[in-house]
Design a protein around this ligand. Structure first.
Ligand code: BGC
Length: 337
């Protein structure tokens, strides 16, 4: 009887130990610095990072997320990176304010031995005059624990041009043999802005079209600024403006307000394209208030960024670059959503 009791007790202890072991939770600390919280696109992206991390949690693995708003301020972001080191982050996801100073931020993480996933703003190589070169960045290529997750902005620019070529008069509304456009640019610090500006127009000239740039201004990805710039251009150039290219939908939504205030009608006397496929832009396309946009897949990008962060936490080998495709959004595509 005594023996049976002893065996039973031992069994209970072993079982207890097993239960205890399986209930042990590993919590990883993840630092996430976003260049600016007021950015419409990065808000969708940021929320999806949080939502997706949640879906990956198990009884054994949890993720404690430390989000920080860099407020478009490089000094602020440098502080946040230093704080992440002090707080003992296990991995960092970084949306850099200034890609031209990315080495400073990368050095902080690498110096502290913390793996780093850069997102959305790709640092490129620079020449001695500070101009971007069409080359991959050494700070990423040379570090096995650093990578970049993004989309190739050349593709989005090309799709914008193709959306204009797909219209009834291929962008030449007044039939004068040339496509007259205005360009509303994002923050030039972001290569997305540079490539979209260049490749949207290149798609037109590659198709043999003559183009005329009436105005090209920096709207810093901002809706209010987009509205202001478009309103000014419409006042100065009136019906000569046939196409409004915006580097993102935030600015395109602003431009739409300006277009409507000026009594212009998209699809009849003017065309308007953006990038991102924000829900409000997809809605405008369905209504015919926007010609088209390009899906900047924040779901695909945020999931890829989180997946590679998890791989780094597990000590797995990673690639230095991960690319997510853009998708052209015309009326038919928008209506099918
Ligand atoms: C998006 C913009 C956004 C920017 C932020 C771009 O890829 O298209 O909407 O403002 O990223 O860096």
């Amino acid at each position: 009887m005594k023996k049976t009791l002893a065996i039973l007790m031992a069994l209970v202890m072993v079982l207890g130990a097993c239960t205890f072991a399986s209930a042990e939770v590993k919590t990883y600390k993840v630092g996430i610095s976003i260049y600016q919280y007021t950015d419409n696109f990065m808000t969708l992206y940021r929320n999806e990072i949080a939502a997706y991390f949640k879906t990956l949690e198990t009884d054994e693995v949890k993720y404690e997320l430390f989000f920080a708003d860099a407020k478009n301020d490089m000094a602020e972001q440098t502080n946040q990176m230093n704080n992440f080191v002090t707080q003992g982050m296990d991995v960092i996801i970084l949306n850099p304010v200034q890609t031209s100073s990315a080495d400073v931020l990368i050095d902080i993480a690498v110096g502290a031995g913390i793996p780093l996933v850069l997102i959305n703003r790709e640092p490129l190589a620079y020449d001695e005059n500070g101009n971007t070169l069409d080359e991959r960045y050494e700070g990423i290529l040379n570090n096995p624990q650093v990578c970049y997750v993004g989309a190739d902005a050349r593709q989005s620019g090309t799709y914008q041009g193709e959306l204009i070529l797909a219209t009834a008069n291929q962008g030449d509304i007044n039939g004068d043999g040339k496509i007259s456009y205005i360009m509303i640019q994002g923050d030039p610090e972001n290569i997305d802005a540079q490539y979209r500006t260049e490749f949207s127009v290149k798609a037109l000239t590659d198709a043999g079209k003559t183009v005329e740039c009436l105005d090209s201004q920096v709207g810093n990805w901002d809706q209010t600024k987009g509205q202001e710039l478009c309103a000014n251009a419409l006042t100065v150039h009136g019906y000569n403006v046939e196409v409004v290219f915006c580097n993102n939908d935030g600015m395109a939504m602003g431009a739409l307000t300006a277009i409507q205030t000026a009594g212009r009608i998209v699809g009849e006397d003017i065309y308007l394209v953006g990038v991102d496929a924000l829900p409000e832009a997809v809605e405008a396309i369905k209504l015919g208030d926007m010609t088209g946009t390009v899906l900047n897949d924040h779901i695909g990008q945020s999931h890829a960024a989180v997946d590679v962060a998890v791989q780094l936490l597990k000590g797995e080998e990673i690639q230095n670059y991960y690319w997510v495709n853009y998708v052209k959004v015309d009326k038919a595509y928008a209506e099918a959503q």
